[in-house]
Unconditional design. Structure first.
Length: 240
């Protein structure tokens, strides 16, 4: 595989075109552009970021085959039958669950995420809507180590870079079994634990994108590691 150079502005041009022409006929007519401008560079980027993660967070890995999300949408249960996503994305996951299918890797542990869409690019991490057993483990950890958790998410550098956690799916009341005035009540209402930072189109098309992602992911590592420890996934000191 060729090494990563950069995403050309043509990559974003393709995604803009796909948004306006989300049809199989248009995609097939422009498939070569998709392969050249997005699929191949994304695979090379994943490999380059994986190299960076070896020293940042060795337990988190990137795989061109498993980290890159499919461009095709699952429309079986959706009223929107548009066949393609209008973005590309990748997921860097804990190596101890790396042998599982992608959907299990995404929901089975915390990791890092990259989303590329014209004017809406961002990177971040955490765990999105974990299954109930995993969510229960995180809630138990919040009760047991509230101080350690808040030290991470209230850290000034973390807040400056990533802001507050995404509140998607947040409960209006505390889960059953927890007192209304529980010290960890604010966090027990979360059903996802994710944060991120926007990326400009210029940053995404810059050759230095892998190094920028490595800096963001390094800053997010304590957050991701806390979540993975709650799920029984331990940090690694090396790739050996």
């Amino acid at each position: 595989m060729d090494s990563f150079t950069q995403f050309s502005p043509k990559a974003l041009t393709f995604l803009r075109g796909l948004k306006k022409n989300n049809r199989k006929e248009w995609f097939e007519a422009h498939r070569a552009q998709y392969e050249q401008e997005l699929k191949l560079p994304l695979a090379a980027l994943i490999e380059e970021v994986d190299v960076q993660l070896a020293t940042v967070a060795p337990e988190i890995i990137g795989s061109p085959k498993k980290s890159a999300f499919r461009i095709h949408r699952d429309v079986r249960f959706s009223k929107d039958k548009a066949p393609y996503k209008t973005h590309v994305a990748s997921w860097f996951f804990h190596r101890d669950i790396g042998t599982r299918m992608q959907s299990e890797a995404v929901h089975g542990g915390a990791g890092f995420y990259l989303h590329i869409s014209p004017g809406e690019c961002f990177c971040g991490g955490g765990i999105w809507m974990p299954p109930r057993p995993g969510l229960n483990k995180i809630r138990e950890a919040l009760v047991d180590d509230l101080e350690g958790w808040e030290e991470i998410v209230h850290d000034k550098a973390f807040r400056r870079r990533f802001g507050t956690l995404d509140q998607e799916g947040m409960l209006t009341r505390l889960p059953r079994g927890y007192a209304a005035d529980h010290p960890a009540g604010e966090w027990l209402r979360y059903q996802s634990f994710t944060a991120g930072t926007p990326l400009t189109d210029a940053e995404v098309t810059d050759p230095k994108l892998p190094k920028l992602l490595a800096r963001h992911f390094a800053a997010m590592t304590p957050f991701v590691r806390w979540l993975n420890l709650a799920l029984g996934l331990r940090p690694h000191s090396s790739r050996l």
